[in-house]
Design a protein around this ligand. Structure first.
Ligand SMILES: [Zn+2]
Length: 484
C-alpha cells in the first residue's frame, strides 16, 4: 500500500516512479545478448530477454530490463546470438512395434540440436506417437513439442503401413471424422501408393471444409494444380513442386491416368518438359493460394548419392538403434541395384529439382524446413539433419535469413501460430536457442549451440551433451545385446 501511495505521489508530482523500486520476479533472464530478428533479417545487440514459466515476458535494452526484473537464473549472453526455437516440419517414427523404444530414444536428439517442435508426417506407429504427444505436453516424457498427423490416409492395401485405408468417399468421411474427433490430429497426411486420384482430391476438399490442414504426396494421374485447387496446404518433397514446372504436365498426367505410359516414362517427360516460365507461373499460383512447400531436400540428396557417399563412418550412426539402422537397408539395397545410367539420371534429377528452390522463394511460396528423418530414410539423422537441410537451402540459393525463416517461422506460419512462435517478443513461447556465432553471416552457426530453452527450461551445453550421451549409451547397449 505504501508503495502504491508513493507511486501515486510521483504521478501527482508529474515525475515517473523509479522503476528499480519494485523489480518484478521472473524465472530466467538472458543478459547482454544479440537477438536475431529472423523476420527482419537483422541482429539486435545489447538485449535482455526475460522468461517466466513457458512465456517470454520482457525483451529490451539490457540495462533497462535488468533494472525492472529479478530472475532465479541468469544466462550470460555476451557475444552470443539468440534465435527462436527450430522446427523440423517433416519427421517420421516407425518400423513396427519392436522399434518403439528405439524411436522414443530419438526424441532428445531433436532438443539437443535446438529443435523445440517437430511435425510427425506419419509412420506406422500412429497411436504411439499420439500418446507421446500428450505425454510430452504434460511433462511425462522429455522431447520437443510434437505435432502429428496420426495415421495417414491411403488407398486399399497400400505400400505404407500405419494407414487408414479408404476405397470410397464414405471411407474418406469416416477417416477424417476419426482423425478430427478421436485422434485430434494437428493436420492430415495423405499418400498415394494405392489411393484413387479422385479420392485424393475428395479428401483434400473435405479436410479443408472441416478446418484441417493437409499435406501429402500428389498422385501422378493429377496435376499439382488440381491438388492445390482442392485445397492442399503443404506439398511435401520438392519433386512434386518441380513437376508443376512441366509445360505439358496435364497431358502427361492424363496419359498416366489412362495407362498409356508408366511412372518412369511420366517422370522422363516431366523432366524434359520443365520450363522456367511455366514453373514461375505455377509457383505464383501456389503463393496466391497459400500453399507451402516442404522440400526435404537433404533426404533426396542422400538417396541420390548413395552410390558415391560412404556413410559407414557417419557420426550420426551412434545415435540410431540397431533395428532402426536395419530399416536403412531397404534404400541402400535398392540403390545398389541401379546401373550406371540410372545412377547418373538420379544425380541429374536431384540437381535439376534443387534449382527450383530459389524460384519458389522468388514467387513468394513459403518454404518449410523438414528433414524426412526417421525409419527407412537412410543416414538422415534426427535432429542433426535439420542443420544439413537448411545448409543445403543456402547452398542452393536461399539467403541465410531465408533459411532461418524456413526453420523458425514457416512452421508456425503454416499452423497459423505466429502470434506464439517464431519471434523473440513478450507473449511468445520461451522456446529459444542460444548460439555462439551469428547465423545471418553463416547458416552453419545454427550448429554452434550454447544452450536450448524449451518451454522455459534452460538446457546448457553440458545438459545437451548429456542428452546426446544418454541416447548413445542406449544404442551401445542395444548393439551389445544384438552381438550377444
Ligand atoms: Zn516423409
Amino acid at each position: 500500500m505504501k508503495r502504491l501511495l508513493a507511486a501515486f505521489a510521483f504521478v501527482l508530482l508529474g515525475a515517473s516512479p523509479p522503476i528499480s523500486a519494485a523489480p518484478q520476479q521472473a524465472d530466467v533472464i538472458i543478459r547482454q545478448v544479440t537477438i536475431v530478428d529472423v523476420e527482419g533479417a537483422r541482429p539486435v545487440p545489447g538485449q535482455a530477454v526475460v522468461l517466466r514459466g513457458d512465456d517470454i515476458v520482457a525483451v529490451g535494452a539490457d540495462a533497462a530490463i535488468a533494472r525492472q526484473w529479478r530472475a532465479k537464473r541468469r544466462v550470460a549472453g555476451e557475444g552470443k546470438f539468440l534465435i527462436p526455437g527450430l522446427w523440423d516440419m517433416h519427421v517420421h517414427f516407425g518400423g513396427g512395434p519392436e522399434l518403439i523404444e528405439e524411436n522414443r530414444a530419438l526424441l532428445p536428439l531433436y532438443v539437443a540440436n535446438g529443435i523445440t517442435t517437430i511435425r510427425d508426417a506419419s509412420g506406422d506407429l500412429p497411436d504411439q506417437v499420439l500418446g507421446w504427444r500428450s505425454e510430452i505436453a504434460d511433462g511425462r516424457l522429455f522431447g520437443p513439442r510434437l505435432l502429428t498427423s496420426g495415421a495417414k490416409i491411403e488407398g486399399i492395401k497400400p505400400l505404407w503401413k500405419g494407414t487408414i485405408e479408404v476405397g470410397s468417399t464414405a471411407d474418406v468421411d469416416a477417416a477424417l471424422a476419426r482423425l478430427k474427433d478421436r485422434d485430434k490430429v494437428d493436420f492430415v497426411k495423405i499418400t498415394d501408393s494405392t489411393l484413387k486420384p479422385e479420392l485424393f482430391l475428395y479428401a483434400l476438399t473435405r479436410a479443408k471444409a472441416l478446418g484441417l490442414r493437409t499435406s501429402g504426396h500428389i498422385p501422378m494421374a493429377l496435376t499439382v494444380q488440381q491438388a492445390v485447387d482442392a485445397g492442399i496446404s503443404s506439398i511435401e518433397h520438392l519433386d512434386y513442386a518441380y513437376n508443376a514446372g512441366a509445360r505439358d504436365e496435364a497431358v502427361i498426367a492424363a496419359d498416366f491416368a489412362a495407362g498409356r505410359i508408366d511412372r518412369a516414362e511420366a517422370n522422363r517427360r516431366l523432366d524434359a518438359g520443365f520450363d522456367r516460365a511455366t514453373a514461375m507461373a505455377a509457383y505464383r499460383r501456389f503463393a496466391a493460394q497459400g500453399v507451402s512447400v516442404t522440400p526435404t531436400l537433404n533426404g533426396s540428396r542422400i538417396i541420390a548419392y548413395l552410390d558415391r557417399d560412404d556413410h559407414k563412418k557417419d557420426a550420426g550412426l551412434a545415435y540410431i538403434g540397431p533395428k532402426l539402422r536395419k530399416t536403412y537397408d531397404w534404400r541402400v539395397e535398392r540403390a545398389a541395384k541401379a546401373d550406371a545410367a540410372a545412377i547418373a539420371a538420379r544425380h541429374e534429377q536431384i540437381e535439376a529439382v534443387a534449382t527450383i528452390l530459389p524460384m519458389l522463394a522468388e514467387a513468394g511460396v513459403p518454404i518449410i524446413a523438414g528433414t524426412d528423418a526417421g525409419f527407412l530414410n537412410s543416414f538422415n539423422y534426427p535432429g542433426f539433419g535439420l542443420h544439413d537441410e537448411i545448409g543445403l537451402f543456402v547452398e542452393k540459393g536461399l539467403t541465410p535469413a531465408q533459411a532461418l525463416v524456413s526453420a523458425t517461422r514457416a512452421g508456425p506460419a503454416w499452423f497459423g501460430w505466429l502470434d506464439r512462435y517464431g519471434a523473440i517478443k513478450p507473449g511468445m513461447a520461451a522456446d529459444l536457442v542460444l548460439l555462439t556465432r551469428n547465423p545471418l553471416d553463416d547458416i552453419a552457426a545454427t550448429r554452434a549451440i550454447d544452450s536450448v530453452i524449451l518451454r522455459g527450461a534452460v538446457h546448457d551445453r553440458a545438459a545437451l551433451d548429456a542428452m546426446l550421451a544418454d541416447t548413445k549409451a542406449k544404442v551401445a547397449a542395444w548393439d551389445a545385446a544384438v552381438v550377444r
